[in-house]
Design a protein around this ligand. Structure first.
Ligand code: FES
Length: 81
């Protein structure tokens, strides 16, 4: 791949906002999608897997998904499963 082509591809992949960043590369699931699921009541890793498929492939994003769940719970003083 030409360096110029790679630069264009990387620029196009750059998230428009921090919440557009991809968390789960297996299923191309963004932080925004995971946060929407959390706001809708998905309060555990299993619930996020069920509702978004994030973390149901290689599970390499599991820690990042759990961090988002914990962060939301801390910000909203809710208990997480
Ligand atoms: S990166 Fe999320 S399941 Fe593989």
């Amino acid at each position: 791949m030409l360096a110029a082509s790679r630069g264009i591809i990387l620029k196009e992949m750059k998230p428009k906002s921090p919440k557009d960043r991809i968390i789960c590369f297996c299923y191309n699931i963004s932080e925004q999608t995971i946060l929407e699921a959390i706001r809708s009541g998905s309060d555990s890793l299993m619930a996020i897997r069920r509702d978004t498929y994030a973390s149901s492939g290689c599970a390499g994003c599991s820690e990042e998904v759990k961090k988002l769940i914990r962060k939301y719970a801390e910000e909203h003083k809710t208990k997480v499963g």
